[in-house]
Design a protein around this ligand. Sequence first.
Ligand code: CO
Length: 139
Amino acid sequence: MTLGRLNHVGVATPSIARSIETYRLLLGADRVGAPFDLPAQGVKVCFIDAPNTQIELIEPYDESSPIAGFLRKNPAGGQHHVCFEVADIHAAVAHLKANGATVLGEPRIGAHGTPIVFVHPRDFGGMLVELMEAPAEAH
Ligand code: CO
């Protein structure tokens, strides 16, 4: 288990469209992907490219989405998770569990089409951590 690149920072928002406008206007974001639906996770997402990482904007589909609960506590949205790359998601999960961490569910296919898994915020000082399998040669 070796810590890989910071792949993206997940940001919950009540409106991807308004967030895109903000990133364009205030930060000069000029590489904004097309928003798309992730029905299995009850969210719409949109990636904004920065030179060294991405911002993942996440908007709930409806009130049953896990992100909807986050927005009830943080109505304007906010930073939701950070995503680090790992070479082997199953090895990472085994390593985390062997060291007492709480892995949330089983690895599943995430917004980049590769396996991802989340680790409980209590293991990282209140920060929700996503791990994403990504071969090192992809960069
Ligand atoms: Co993410």
